[in-house]
Design a protein around this ligand. Structure first.
Ligand code: NAD
Length: 373
């Protein structure tokens, strides 16, 4: 059996490749080695040499067709994920490539037995809340004028009574609040609907915040684990946005890989969508304290930096009951993820200016904003 992984030179793809090799698959990767992840546009050293790497873009019909030849299963993980306002590119890379994948499978009658596409918790945006009367609410993005005044909690919309309480959100919901989230809704819809219509077993995986080694130091989108670990590695205070009380669910890369292999083997997963999260929540400040513990920084007290990221969700936690019903459950802790990431930083020794450059760029783009006192 041969598996194709698009975006296979990246974080989730390369770990999935390792697991597929261990399970006896031949593995082919199609990856354009995009600069934010691969700054030197070279194949990363962590790739297992048994993987066949085709350097090419998922939007390139010839490259994708060549990569698909002789493959039994496909993981479509390549994606544009950033904060840049290149709106069309999110759809071009994440959605058009998905449609092209199915177009080639159908047009060329390729014997692909299963396609697994990477979606995201970003499809949920602020997720599900209930109001004081227990009515479900899917809140909109928090207005900038509210955030600039340092009012962090989601306010009850007209017709609801506050305060609102966040809930774990299951797969029946969608509430994307940025172009990346909208593109992922489109990607999973294209995959599941064409898959169903042409009887190509398809599974969409909505990953929460995935953590572990090989996650790029360079991609601003890589989130809290990267930023907090880089800061503490350099003995700096990590920037805690808002008041640090935002709820998040983090999931370890090996739990994600287990989920990726489980849905490959289990026919009950076909034509379904699954949340893949940590099944427990942490506030951002609690997460910072875990990082401090792993980096052995004594007496660390999380402290808000007086800034916020416009467009961030206040709280989000994926309900993973549906995947658990297939026999999966997360086995690793957040401490495990951070510890493994620490090892990766120490081995790779990323340049010190990375952190300050990334923060400056985010401020310049207007993504990170200051609270008006
Ligand atoms: N890491 C997370 O926390 C997370 C969370 C939710 C969803 N996801 C999704 O999971 C998938 C994998 O994410 P990741 O964290 O491994 O990302 P990553 O950035 O580490 O890897 C993505 C890979 O795709 C490649 N790529 C990008 N554009 C391409 C193109 N046009 N053609 C070919 N290759 C291209 C990049 O070079 C990179 O190697 C993505 O679809 C992402 O949206 C990730």
């Amino acid at each position: 059996m041969r598996a194709l992984i698009t975006g296979g030179a990246g974080f989730i793809g390369s770990h999935t490749a390792d697991a597929l090799l261990a399970a006896g698959y031949e593995v082919r990767l199609l990856d354009s080695l995009e600069p934010p992840v691969h700054p030197e546009r070279k194949a990363p050293e962590y790739l297992d040499p048994r993987c066949e790497l085709i350097v090419g873009d998922v939007r390139d019909e010839n490259a994708l067709l060549r990569a698909l030849q002789g493959c039994d299963v496909v993981y479509h993980l390549a994606a544009f994920q950033d904060y840049l306002p290149l709106f069309s590119r999110y759809f071009d890379v994440n959605v058009t490539s998905t449609a092209l994948l199915y177009e080639l499978i159908v047009r060329e009658s390729l014997p692909v037995q299963k396609v697994i596409v990477a979606s995201s918790q970003a499809t949920l945006g602020e997720g599900l809340y209930v109001d004081a009367e227990g009515r479900a609410v899917l809140p909109d993005i928090r207005p900038d004028e509210q955030l600039a005044r340092g009012i962090w909690d989601v306010q009850a919309p007209e017709g609801s009574t506050g305060p609102l309480r966040w809930q774990p959100t299951d797969e029946t919901h969608q509430n994307p609040q940025n172009q990346y989230g909208v593109s992922k809704i489109a990607e999973e819809t294209v995959a599941l609907s064409i898959g169903r219509r042409y009887e190509i077993p398809t599974v969409a995986m909505r990953y929460s915040i995935v953590q572990g080694p090989r996650q790029s130091f360079y991609n601003a989108y890589s989130g809290a684990c990267r930023v907090f670990c880089l800061a503490m590695h350099q003995k700096q205070r990590p920037p805690i946005y808002e008041d640090g009380q935002q709820i998040r669910d983090f999931v370890n890369i090996h739990d994600v890989v287990d989920a990726n292999l489980l849905v490959l083997r289990d026919e009950r997963a076909d034509y379904e969508m699954f949340h893949v999260g940590g099944d427990r929540t942490l506030t951002v400040s609690e997460f910072a304290s875990v990082v401090a513990e792993v980096f052995r920084i004594a007496d660390y007290e999380p402290e808000a930096c007086g800034r916020y990221r416009f467009g961030d969700t206040r709280h989000i936690c994926s309900d993973v009951s549906k995947l658990k019903a297939l026999g999966w459950s997360p086995q690793r802790t957040v401490h495990d993820s951070v510890d493994a990431y620490r090892g990766w930083i120490e081995d790779a020794a990323p340049p010190a200016e990375l952190l300050t450059n990334a923060t400056a760029k985010m401020e310049e783009l207007g993504v990170v904003r200051r609270v008006k006192s």
